[in-house]
Ligand binder design. Structure first.
Ligand SMILES: [Fe+2]
Length: 188
């Protein structure tokens, strides 16, 4: 069989672990669900900073969907259609908080708590995906997944800072991004 060349003349691998592909499919569903849920959570959020952070992360999340598609394309495979029960359950938890907010006002702390839970779940999964990509020498795919992981880590950090009442958001973003970039430079 003639192997197809996709990204920058790199030949896609012959054997891609099924567990890796399935996890990519699961995260693809998770991220897609988030692109629907985040605008709702954004509307429900009370504080300007939390709204702004959710808006920023919605944009990033759309990028994560694209990145996952690129990873699967780079490996010359089809995206497996997989449910992500954990994400669906966490989003349902978020929707419940939104419902409470309609009755009793301020629920930002609860929204942040669910948000952090979601980010930690994503971080855990992207870490695993990065490890497998690195292990299998999928260099391009590793880079894509690593940048998604970085954005999830920054989002988690920022949510935590908003929970502590820190702000405004802009300098927090700059600080968190610089800190991440510094940490990466020492990793490389
Ligand atoms: Fe994400």
């Amino acid at each position: 069989m003639k192997s197809k060349k996709t990204i920058k003349g790199v030949t896609p691998p012959q054997n891609v672990p099924a567990s890796f592909l399935n996890k990519l499919g699961e995260m693809h569903t998770a991220e897609l669900e988030l692109t629907i849920a985040l605008p709702l959570i954004m509307v429900a959020a009370e504080s300007k900073d939390l709204k702004a952070l959710l808006k920023l992360h919605l944009k990033e999340t759309k990028g994560h969907v694209k990145a996952l598609n690129q990873v699967v394309q780079g490996l010359n495979r089809e995206m497996p259609k997989k449910p992500c029960k954990r994400m669906t359950a966490m989003i349902a938890e978020g929707v419940k908080v939104i419902g409470k907010r309609l009755i009793s006002g301020q629920q930002d702390a609860e929204l942040i708590r669910v948000g952090q839970k979601i980010e930690r779940f994503e971080m855990e999964n992207y870490k695993q995906l990065c490890t497998t990509a690195e292990h299998n020498d999928y260099a391009h795919e590793f880079a894509l997944l690593k940048s998604v992981l970085n954005q999830e880590e920054i989002a988690e950090t920022l949510l935590g800072q908003l929970a502590q009442g820190k702000g405004p958001l802009k300098p927090l973003i700059q600080k968190a991004s610089l800190k991440r970039a510094g940490a990466q430079a020492t990793e490389d």
